[in-house]
Design a protein around this ligand. Sequence first.
Ligand SMILES: NC(=O)c1ccc[n+]([C@@H]2O[C@H](COP(=O)([O-])OP(=O)(O)OC[C@H]3O[C@@H](n4cnc5c(N)ncnc54)[C@H](O)[C@@H]3O)[C@@H](O)[C@H]2O)c1
Ligand SMILES: [Zn+2]
Ligand SMILES: [Zn+2]
Length: 360
Amino acid sequence: MRAAVLREIPGALEIEDVGIDKPGPHEVLVRTVGAGVCHSDLHYLTGAYTTPLPTVMGHESAGVVEAVGPDVSYVRPGDHVITCLSVFCGECEYCLSGRMALCAHEDTMRGLDAPPRLHQNGELVHQYADLSSFAEQMLVHEHAVVKVTPDMPLDRAALIGCAVTTGLGAVFNTARVEPGAVVAVIGCGGVGLSTVQGAAIAGAGRIIAVDIVAAKLELAETFGATDTIDAGKVDPVEMVRELTGGGVHYSFDAIGLKQTARQAFEMLRPAGTATLVGMIALGTDIELPGVDFLSEKVVRGSCMGSNRFRIDMPRIVDFYLSGRLNLDDLIADRIPLDGVNEAMDALTRGESTRSVIMFD
Ligand SMILES: NC(=O)c1ccc[n+]([C@@H]2O[C@H](COP(=O)([O-])OP(=O)(O)OC[C@H]3O[C@@H](n4cnc5c(N)ncnc54)[C@H](O)[C@@H]3O)[C@@H](O)[C@H]2O)c1
Ligand SMILES: [Zn+2]
Ligand SMILES: [Zn+2]
């Protein structure tokens, strides 16, 4: 099968032929229909994060089940599924306490003594995030998929595999924004725009979107932002304080820079919560004004929207199908697999929301 392989960090993706094994116990072979290009993949190409190489990248996808291995009863060939990197074991402390996104899920991977899921010339090719979506097929644990109705278009379903679940989940599950609350979202890419939409669905009273690209701010308004701030022109912290008379109840950093994480904290009103969604580069420390903890401000992380994806994703599909969630305008373009490096470049420039790789 054709797949986008990362061979060095920093580096670009190369389209190569990669072998894929047959499904073993509890495994599912999925024909990939759509795969979104998320900034998290880009972090590995730039070296902000590292992973064992060579690796087939990609983690935001949807497709159709082609075959199942022994002991799989949840899905059958022909089922439509969204994949999720929050593969759950169902047995650990995190799974059993409902925090499945934090599961270490070692039992859901193949052991080193077993034949690898992905290979090339007899050598192991690593599977990124237990998924490797930038490929015509994916061989995954059954706990990495959720069934969805065939009414759901699979190109838009792919985005639910990461960005949309991350953004909506950060609002619903991590921060638990209540109706009427005042919210700010820094960064209006695929994740930030989903956070804006999540805040709108949650009934936030005011939603302030921050970015440095005018087109992103315009899009944020159509997604539910009540106010926008161009952080390239004004200081977003001062502006948020001015607009809100003292700060927001909830802020979200959907970028992952040292400076934007701090801005998220500084734009809070007393007792407000800053949720850091963006992936902050390895080795980067965040500095916060210590005195602010006297006013009970909270800063916390969020992993994949603190999801329980087999519950959350079908609900998100329903939001889309009932017209309450806009996924159509989240997709900037649909591209072939060999357009993936250009999509990464567009993401680097901040031009694109989401590019979705479509497989024939
Ligand atoms: N926590 C998680 O589980 C999780 C899941 C998915 C993605 N992420 C991370 O979320 C972040 C966002 O992902 P994405 O795919 O939406 O990225 P993206 O590149 O599409 O969006 C980033 C946005 O930030 C804007 N921006 C850049 N610098 C800015 C600045 N200084 N001030 C204001 N705006 C600025 C860009 O114009 C762009 O619109 C990434 O770090 C990604 O790795 C985290
Ligand atoms: Zn992602
Ligand atoms: Zn677990």
